[in-house]
Design a protein around this ligand. Sequence first.
Ligand SMILES: C[S@@+](CC[C@H](N)C(=O)[O-])C[C@H]1O[C@@H](n2cnc3c(N)ncnc32)[C@H](O)[C@@H]1O
Length: 196
Amino acid sequence: MTASESWGDAARALADKVAANALEWHEAVSETPRHLLVPHWWERVPNSPTEEWELVAHAEDSRARIAAVYGDETLVTRVGPLHADHAKAEQRAAGSPTSSSTLPSLIVSMMHRLNAEPGHQVLDVGTGSGYALSLFARRLGDEYVTSVDVDPYLVEAARARLAAFGRIPRIEAIDATGELPEPAYDRIMATVSVRP
Ligand SMILES: C[S@@+](CC[C@H](N)C(=O)[O-])C[C@H]1O[C@@H](n2cnc3c(N)ncnc32)[C@H](O)[C@@H]1O
């Protein structure tokens, strides 16, 4: 079994679970390759005295990667300043998470409540892995979605990863507490916590 053979089934199973009450998002979840957006992540070391994390870096076509990525889990991708993409094998990180691929069921539930319709211009604040952005782009169309993240690396990585499966929405490296990119938006969804 390769990832290309199996991820579609796993994504459909995830959609059945997380979009049961938000059917307008079922197709987007089924068709979005989350495993291509989150190649590496951090897992909390159990019972570590300080907040310690170890790197998870499965091969793209491994069952373990497909199972974790389509298992409705939040995947922590950056701890403090260290993104899992930049960690060495066996490396550990210490501190608090600063970026993640948010829990798919939470994303879908927020999107359902957002009530975005085809034709709406949507702003996605906190690109992160690009997963929420990919769902928006799949359902509403690339030209109707803008995403911003304060971290230029995340913007660059999301742009390249989405483009690899044919999605080219506008993504900008911007601090969302400042001025937002034009145009005006019909809906804004934020998966960012901002200190007062
Ligand atoms: C929980 S993650 C977003 C997850 C993302 N929606 C996904 O589906 O993968 C939060 C993101 O917000 C970004 N962020 C934090 N403060 C920000 C700010 N002031 N402006 C824009 N982005 C910010 C972080 O860099 C981080 O990538």
